[in-house]
Design a protein around this ligand. Sequence first.
Ligand code: UD1
Ligand code: CA
Length: 498
Amino acid sequence: MSEPRPVAVIVLAAGEGTRMKSRIPKVLHTLCGRSMLGHALAAAGGLEPQRLVVVAGHSREEVSAEAARHAAGVCLVVQERLGGTGHAVRMVTEALGDLPGVVVVTYGDMPLLRAQTLAALVREHQAAGNAVTVLTARVPDPSGYGRIIRDDGGSLAEIVEDADATAAQRAIDEINSGCYAFDGTLLADAVKRVATGNAQGQEYLTDVVAILRGDGHPVGAVLAADPGEIQGVNDRVQLAQARRAYNDRLLEQWMRAGVTIVDPASTWVDVDVTIGQDTEIGPGTQLQGHTAIGAGARIGPGCQLTDTTVADDAAVSHAVCVQAEIGPGATVGPYAYLRPGTRIGPGAHIGCHVELKNAAVGAGAKVPHLTYVGDADIGERANVGAGTIFANYDGAAKHHTTVGAHAFIGSDTVLVAPVSVGDGAYTAAGSAITEDVPPGAIGIARGRQHNSAGWVERRRPGSRAAEAARAREAEEAEAARAGAAGARAAEDEEAQPR
Ligand code: UD1
Ligand code: CA
């Protein structure tokens, strides 16, 4: 069945969101990696309307920019004065002229709404031939929402806002979701007749229902199949609830697709993340932005991956990775920090307390312990010893370091860039390498060791160290005497004729 295309979907996003107590306009607050406005536009766009309209008012530049980012051809209507949801829609009908056909209105603060729910609303609306069809829901706690008032026959009569409701009306648990399908022509006429004699002194879009019914037009209500979808977000408590609900929805989708989520309660996934089959996500893990995980990988516990690609069968634990690429079968962590431009080759290993930035690590190479790698290429199967520092910054500019294939960087080497260590070359532990090391050579750049015998006895006489040294010397001297005596005895024995 081909879906009926609405002539317009209008997303209301002009409100300030006072209850958020924020400098950021409400609809730009995010959940699961997308603003509330972005979520609303994704659902609205799913209907493929002829026009996708956003009403912006408060912080309109930011709201408009965000709208354009999510929907290229979006049509922006400015609401100069926040006169209410009815006023907002009137601004649209006055700006766009006649909209013959189905017009859908949704609010920018209901991020859980699905496109298919809107589509079902439109189908029902058209099948019933209504002037307006309201999406409603039955909820355990209806406070704050507009209540659905039905007549004695059970038909939709009107919507009463929480602030204007009587005690008896407040007890009604069927609420207005804030999504409607309208006959566009009738809507344009009705919004001109919405009064402001209510608790908030505003033009309520919800009043259009009683107006159209009073005109003798059929009006209807459709109960949402999943009441969780219509949750509006007015404050940060509701934002957290919506985020949790959205996250649960995403995790369920991934689990049903063959991903193991060990602890859904502590796992957070953004809407644009992808995860392959048989991958296991450990507790305390956050996958953000456009992170893409392959199949058979193990991520976590304790990972935060942002815009990072992890190939099949890789394992990452206790790591923070931003714009990094991790190759197939590679292992990262625990306690690694992969910054933008890090590329870890197939089967390579990045170990504990290692930080990388703008660095490529070749296939099978190892950077196992306590190392900083910045602006570098490390060849395949190279080994970077514990405590190595790639000194890429001279205080003015960043420079590049190359470590060749099968090279061996001794522990506590400082590679002062720009510098290169050739294929199969070594550096001696503790070296500060400032000149290139040719292939197959060892670079030794450290002071030679000199032992000053008896220094402790001379400079720290009577100390524990001096005592320990003396005791050890005495033991060794005794052992040497005993050894010499034993050797003589053996010689004598051997000299005896049998
Ligand atoms: C609204 C409904 C209520 C419904 C609830 C569902 C009205 C009068 N009330 O109440 O029946 O149960 O949503 O969540 O419609 N906006 C504008 N311009 C304005 C005022 C609001 O664009 O002048 C936008 C806001 O940015 C927001 C949306 O409209 O995205 C809803 O406004 P809000 O103030 O949150 O309405 P509620 O009090 O939640
Ligand atoms: Ca709201």
